[in-house]
Each structure stands twice: as C-alpha cells, then as structure tokens.
Write a protein that binds this ligand. Sequence first.
Ligand SMILES: CCCCCCCCCC(=O)SCCNC(=O)CCNC(=O)[C@H](O)C(C)(C)COP(=O)(O)OP(=O)(O)OC[C@H]1O[C@@H](n2cnc3c(N)ncnc32)[C@H](O)[C@@H]1OP(=O)(O)O
Length: 170
Amino acid sequence: MADAHDADAFAIEPSASGRLLCGGCAPDDVCRLGVEAAGARDRDLRFDVVCAHSWHGGPDVAHGGWIAAVFDDVLAMAALRTEPRLVTKSLAVEYLRPVPVERPLTVLARIDAHHGRRWEVSARMTLAPTGPPLATARAELRTRRPDHFARHRDWLVHRPPPHQALPPES
Ligand SMILES: CCCCCCCCCC(=O)SCCNC(=O)CCNC(=O)[C@H](O)C(C)(C)COP(=O)(O)OP(=O)(O)OC[C@H]1O[C@@H](n2cnc3c(N)ncnc32)[C@H](O)[C@@H]1OP(=O)(O)O
C-alpha cells in the first residue's frame, strides 16, 4: 500500500486471502461489489458475482452503475495479472437484459490486445453458469506513467480551494 508521500508506489497486489482488491476494499479483504475470482477458462478469466440487494436500481434488478463498476474491476483484473499499475481510460457497457439481484452471475473477462501502455479488454455477464449475455463491456486501459498520482496531486494543488470554486449563492 502506498504512503501519503509516495502515491505512485500504489499497486494492486494480492490481499491476505489472495484476492485482488481495489484500494477501498483491500483493508477489509472483501470485494464490496460481490466479485470473486473463480479461475481461468481458455483465454478468459472467470468471476462469480452476486449483486447484493442494496445495489438494486429497480425492483430486484441491478443498478447500471453497479454493473459498470463490476466490469471496471474485472477488466482491470484481466490485465493486473501482468501489469499491477493500471488505470481505465474508457469503458463502454451494453445493457442487454435486466440483471437480477441476489442471483449467481458469471462474468468472463479477457485481454483482446496489448501494445506498450495500451490494453484493450472485454467482458460479458451471464446468469450463472451460462446463457445469453445480460451485459457486455469493452475498455481501454493504460499502464500508469510512473508519476501518475504525483502529477494528479500537483495538478490539484494548483486548483482553487473548494469554497472559492463554488459560485456565490443568490
Ligand atoms: C479489484 C482489483 C482491481 C480493481 C482495481 C480497480 C481499477 C479500476 C481502474 C480504474 O477505474 S482507474 C480510475 C479511473 N480512471 C482514471 O482515473 C484515469 C483518468 N485519466 C487519466 O489519468 C488520463 O486520461 C490517462 C492516463 C488515461 C491518459 O493516458 P494517455 O496515455 O492516453 O494520455 P496522456 O498521458 O498523453 O494524457 C492525456 C491528457 O491527460 C493529462 N493527464 C494524464 N495523466 C495525468 C495525471 N496523472 N494527472 C493529471 N493529468 C494527467 C495529460 O496532461 C493530458 O492533458 P491534455 O490533453 O490537456 O494535454
């Protein structure tokens, strides 16, 4: 885990239980989105996923933001096996059918192409264990430049403080 002075040392590494978790989930060693890695199948990484009811957007169906967040995680994980320092540059989701909450889902993710810092990845979500896709996603990832977070902090330091950035109330 990175310290406050060296944010660029941050890298996703296996947790105490061997999971790959984002910075928010790592301290509790559990994925709050309900994603569990479940092995590899040919070119695909397989994930067992359950949408908790608290993530519902409509009656017993998943919020689209949860679906997008799950794809962001699994697409990054597909490349994290090779490169621990990644960011998502773009993410496109197709919502094909409603996704039920509290039902086992399967997500398959794969690397489609990798050249230098650029990764193209894709994934599909089905009702477990197989079936027609409920949603699919494509993303472009970038290997972080070594000073990615330092540049961000430097950029932020030169923004106006929040109370000055807000327009005055009329
Ligand atoms: C469960 C285990 C795994 C789960 C982990 C979860 C991971 C999920 C992954 C994520 O969700 S990461 C969070 C979402 N993504 C981001 O925050 C990325 C934000 N975007 C960027 O940092 C840049 O756009 C990006 C590095 C993707 C750009 O890379 P490029 O190689 O295409 O472009 P380039 O480096 O030339 O920079 C393009 C512009 O961005 C600016 N830029 C790049 N890096 C920057 C930086 N670090 N700080 C500030 N500005 C930055 C850069 O100055 C330039 O500005 P201008 O267009 O004005 O010239």
